[in-house]
Write a protein that binds this ligand. Structure first.
Ligand SMILES: C[S@@+](CC[C@H](N)C(=O)[O-])C[C@H]1O[C@@H](n2cnc3c(N)ncnc32)[C@H](O)[C@@H]1O
Length: 106
């Protein structure tokens, strides 16, 4: 499983980098950043974010890694601890748009 995740992550690194560049998150800002890594899996996109942003930007951001799979969330929680990511939490969430809209209404 760990080896599969490593192979998967190496394949996803370039698209994750491009996603972050296109989102504008890699550009310097004075704003607080509140980020949902929706369908985070093992945290590939957040890992790339931690790699790309400087410390000042990292201190300005909070990241929620959300996935509906409990095992993926457990694996991301372990990674948060091991890699000492601050301002990052992992939660089981249903990130489908209709589920998010429902949660916002109640
Ligand atoms: C292909 S993986 C992508 C993982 C990671 N974002 C990446 O780029 O490496 C898709 C992930 O989305 C999660 N997922 C699918 N539907 C979801 C939903 N409605 N809410 C939250 N997570 C979901 C799956 O459990 C899976 O971990």
């Amino acid at each position: 499983m760990a080896k599969c995740l490593t192979v998967f992550e190496s394949l996803m690194a370039a698209p994750a980098r491009r996603l972050i560049e296109q989102s504008g998150l890699s550009a310097p800002t004075e704003n607080e950043l509140v980020i949902l890594d929706n369908g985070c899996g093992s945290g590939t996109v957040t890992a790339m974010l931690m790699d790309m942003l400087d410390d000042t930007m990292k201190h300005r951001m909070t990241v929620t890694c959300g996935d509906r799979s409990e095992s993926m969330v457990a694996s991301t929680k372990k990674r948060i601890e091991e890699e000492k990511w601050s301002g990052v939490e992992a939660k089981v969430v249903d990130g489908e748009v209709r589920a998010v809209l429902h949660a916002l209404k109640h």
